[in-house]
Ligand binder design. Structure first.
Ligand code: PGA
Length: 264
């Protein structure tokens, strides 16, 4: 096996599969392949694949590979429905920093997905209309048959989606307040922390954990500390990613840097 393809797999006593890659591109290609397999499997039975998507720097390589699979290998997304985890609030879809723009730039503009089947929380709603909208977002996921797979990054606060510390395990799609560290981490995108919205709409912890499969990705040394807490710490709302420890259908895809503080 070439050095590049070498991965180290650790199975923790809690039963979670953790794959550690020396090469981020190989890690991303693995995740893209997992998603492509679900899409093709559903195509063979004439069904729709329901894919939960994430934004941020971490999944960019996955989207790049999915675009390559579409362009070079004919992977079609005509049978795909997507639900994104979250969106800033308030924000206009046309704003550069919106997750609508992110998803178009990184994936949707380059594949054959039908935009009628793309769902991203709406950052333009009036405050009064948000909860009803969020309830409908949940209902739509159920109506599509549930998420076949949910892709996640992790914030330095331990957030999944924008479920910041304090988010409980039965939380659902709702308006939340962003943690200070999260706003600090987003400041370069917005040209200053004071310009980062203070709120967001996010799927809840329960929405995420009800997915049939979950993949959490963390790439870079910036995530090493939180990855150790998320995978080895006590399950607690203080670090919402710890709720994934209770699942048997979660896979952690890490690079060596993000995995560097894990007990061997
Ligand atoms: P990042 O964000 O991929 O940009 O590090 C991850 C997250 O906040 O979930």
């Amino acid at each position: 096996m070439s050095e590049l393809l070498k991965t180290q797999e650790i199975i923790y006593s809690k039963g979670n599969a953790i794959k550690v890659y020396t090469d981020k591109d190989i890690a991303s290609a693995y995740v893209a392949e997992r998603i492509a397999k679900i899409i093709k499997g559903k195509q063979s039975t004439g069904e729709r694949a329901v894919i939960g998507l994430a934004t941020g720097s971490t999944p960019k390589g996955v989207y790049k590979e999915l675009v390559r699979l579409h362009k070079d290998e004919g992977l079609s997304f005509r049978n795909v429905s997507t639900f994104n985890l979250d969106e800033y609030y308030p924000i206009l879809p046309i704003d550069d920093q919106s997750y609508v723009s992110f998803m178009k730039n990184n994936l949707f503009n380059h594949i054959d997905i039908d935009s009628d089947y793309v769902h991203i929380p709406d950052g333009t709603l009036s405050i009064e209309g948000i909860q009803a909208y969020c309830d409908l977002y949940e209902q739509k996921i159920v109506d599509f048959g549930g998420l076949d797979i949910q892709l996640l990054g992790i914030g330095r606060t331990g957030h999944i989606g924008f479920n910041e510390p304090g988010a409980v395990s039965d939380s659902r799609t709702r308006l939340v307040t962003l943690n200070d560290i999260t706003r600090e981490d987003a400041k370069d995108d917005f040209g200053g922390k004071e310009k980062v919205p203070t709120q967001a709409i996010t799927m809840g912890v329960q929405t995420i954990t009800q997915a049939k499969e979950v993949i959490l990705m963390a790439l870079s040394s910036r995530k090493a500390e939180i990855i150790k807490k998320a995978l080895e710490g006590e399950v607690s709302a203080d670090i919402p990613a710890t709720f994934l420890q209770r699942l048997s259908n979660v896979e952690y895809i890490l690079d060596s840097e993000a995995a560097s503080l894990l007990s061997k």
